[in-house]
Design a protein around this ligand. Sequence first.
Ligand SMILES: [Zn+2]
Length: 112
Amino acid sequence: MTQLKKKEIYDLFSDLEMQSEKTLETIKGMRQQIAALIEENQALQFENKHLRDRLEVAGSPVKKESGLTQSRLNLENIYEDGFHVCNVMFGKRREEDEPCAFCLEVIYGQRN
Ligand SMILES: [Zn+2]
């Protein structure tokens, strides 16, 4: 192989390497943005639900078939969506849908 051809090949590879690194940076950046958006979306969804639930609670204090009041049903929904409704961790995500005794007490417990 001639010296010239070798140089061309090396140049080609170093261009390719630079382009790949740039692309990788772009992908990393996009992934961070997506993660941030998902987090923001989750927070907004939770806030939205919380606000809607407060409106519903204000509108109808009647008991449903399950025997739970509307406000407890709302808490049950939030809990089933994977969030804590207990005083200890209210609004935090339940990691891997771990059960929480405090939450269950809030939703199903006897009210004093
Ligand atoms: Zn909890």
